[in-house]
Design a protein around this ligand. Structure first.
Ligand SMILES: *[C@@H]1O[C@H](CO)[C@@H](O)[C@H](O)[C@H]1NC(C)=O
Ligand SMILES: *[C@@H]1O[C@H](CO)[C@@H](O)[C@H](O)[C@H]1NC(C)=O
Length: 506
């Protein structure tokens, strides 16, 4: 009997304290050190730390591991299948939905919450798929598991994820650039280990949707899949893009959103690493690994810092995926990928105008303007639910942390930051996750209820997980009060019940 704990990665977490020294500010051709810059850099660092408080790091207690009972994808299986026909007239094409499990560890967050997150994500994928009659596409759940996390990954396999076990794809001591080699271990979220996410490019399905575990699907993405796989021009017209006037790529390889919510005026945006749709491609995987190993990384806070001295630096996660992929796609693969509308896809409910933090000073000339560098942008703080394809729980907090208070009513660092999100909208987003969980609970109770002898005990533990009376219209019985210690886990986290979840999707 081994008790393991697990950490799944997401966009935010506990950053290591960053010291600002003369040496780190100097970069490339940027040589003038204005006092204002130093102040700005300090503001930036402080805000990065502030937005980290909705920490995604956590642990869950695994039940008795039964390693080896579930197939682990072979490390050499990397060929993508290329469909040759439209999905509606043939066997549905399978989309891979992948998460990454990077570390097992002892972190101070909700243990059951992390497991429930993976379960609810899977349920939301199912609910927007052909198996629920909502899409022409089928799905398969994958978990890219870092080899060091293999021993705590069994619970994911037990609820329906196929594990792809890998090592970090680069040996840090082989990184040519010394700043990157020495600094990458400090990068959000998990240093060079975050690069295991790149194995999404080697999953053998037609398309891979890689997401953080603090994520749910709301509407099917058939238009995007039809457009990317079959060049369906009517579908292209219907896809909400951030820059609708840009030409559609002739052979689109990827779709993503940029992290405009965190951009600094006049600087390059990162890519929002919680959501990535790609056509698997071994060559792309190798090219990106090659960038990590051989490209320059200019450290510091200047305009030309970061990857290739092209400005892909400074922001949270710049040395890891958020900066790397923005740099790779902008510089090496222009016009081969699609920037999706940041309010509709990977929706976070965050302010995307220059009105408040982070990384913006109220006196700046761009005050009130769109962070995306266009004259027009939607207000993601109020996007209507029927326009949202998927939700990423960041500023609006993790649904399993039962946060129902804003900073204005509860001045605690875990409270909802009402300077960048709207409390009522966050509550609406939270209720979507809890609604998916309620739906799963209904299905599970109906399933286990068919065995009369076990019926009472097992359905009772599901019902017990719905007995919380805190903001029931939002948390739907799953929370006893404000804060993560008040979370009631799905079926009380009971192994014998959770093991039956895959039966719901057959
Ligand atoms: C990484 O590379 C160094 C130098 O080439 C080597 O000594 C070390 O064994 C490698 N480590 C791993 C884990 O491959
Ligand atoms: C895979 O990526 C390479 C490099 O970007 C590209 O040239 C090639 O066309 C891609 N393959 C497919 C099947 O799209």
């Amino acid at each position: 009997m081994a008790l393991a704990s697990t950490r799944i990665t997401a966009r935010r977490g506990v950053p290591s304290p960053r010291r600002i020294t003369l040496g780190t500010i100097l970069c490339g051709t940027f040589l003038v050190l204005a006092p204002g810059l130093i102040a700005f850099a300090i503001v930036l660092t402080r805000n990065a730390a502030d937005t980290m408080s909705d920490s995604m790091t956590g642990q869950w207690t695994a039940w008795t591991p039964s390693l080896g009972t579930t197939p682990v994808v072979d490390a050499t299986a990397t060929t993508a299948t290329t469909p040759t026909h439209a999905p509606r007239t043939h066997q549905p094409v399978t989309i891979a939905y992948a998460i990454s499990l990077i570390k097992c560890g002892d972190f101070q967050s909700s243990t059951e919450g992390m497991m429930d997150a993976a379960i609810v994500l899977q349920h939301s994928v199912h609910q927007t798929s052909v198996r629920a009659g909502k899409s022409a596409y089928d799905y398969k759940m994958y978990a890219i598991v870092h080899r060091d996390a293999l021993h705590c990954s069994q619970p994911l396999a037990d609820v329906g994820y196929e594990r792809v076990v890998r090592d970090t794809p680069v040996n840090v001591s082989d990184i040519r650039d010394s700043a990157l080699r020495k600094g990458v271990h400090r990068a959000w979220c998990c240093g060079a280990d975050e690069f295991v996410k790149l194995y999404a490019y080697t999953i053998p399905e037609a398309l891979v949707v890689h997401v953080d575990v603090d994520f749910v699907m709301v509407q099917p993405m058939d238009d995007l899949f039809d457009a990317m796989l079959y060049g369906d021009s009517a579908a292209v017209q219907r896809i909400p893009r951030e820059r609708p006037n840009d030409p559609w790529p002739t052979n689109p390889q990827a779709a993503m959103t940029r992290d405009w919510g965190q951009v600094m005026p006049g600087r390059k945006p990162g890519y929002q690493a919680g959501f990535l749709v790609v056509k698997p491609n071994q060559t792309v995987f190798e090219e990106i690994v090659n960038v990590i190993l051989n490209d320059d990384y200019n450290p510091g806070y200047g305009r030309d810092c970061g990857w290739g001295s092209k400005g892909y630096g400074v922001f949270v996660g710049a040395m890891a995926m958020q900066g790397l992929l923005a740099y790779y796609y902008d510089i090496y693969q222009p016009n081969t990928w699609v920037e999706l509308n940041q309010c509709r896809f990977n929706h976070m409910g965050m302010d995307v105008l220059y009105r408040s933090q982070p990384n913006f000073q109220a006196r700046h000339a761009k005050r009130g303007m769109c962070r995306n560098d266009l004259d027009y942008c939607e207000d993601c703080q109020t996007t209507a639910m029927e326009n949202i394809y998927n939700i990423h729980y960041t500023q609006c907090r993790k649904p399993w942390n039962c946060i129902g208070e804003g900073l204005s009513t509860n001045p605690d660092k875990s409270s909802i930051p009402e300077d960048s999100v709207i409390l009522s909208h966050c509550m609406e987003l939270q209720s979507v996750w809890h609604g998916h969980r309620r739906d799963l609970e209904r299905a599970l109770a109906a399933r286990v209820g068919t065995e009369d002898n076990k019926r009472q005990k097992e359905t009772a533990s599901i019902v017990a997980g719905q007995a919380g009376d805190y903001k029931k219209e939002v948390f739907q019985g799953h929370c006893r009060g404000n804060g993560q210690t008040n979370y009631l886990a799905l079926a009380g986290g009971q192994q014998q019940l959770l093991l039956r979840i895959p039966e719901l999707y057959q």
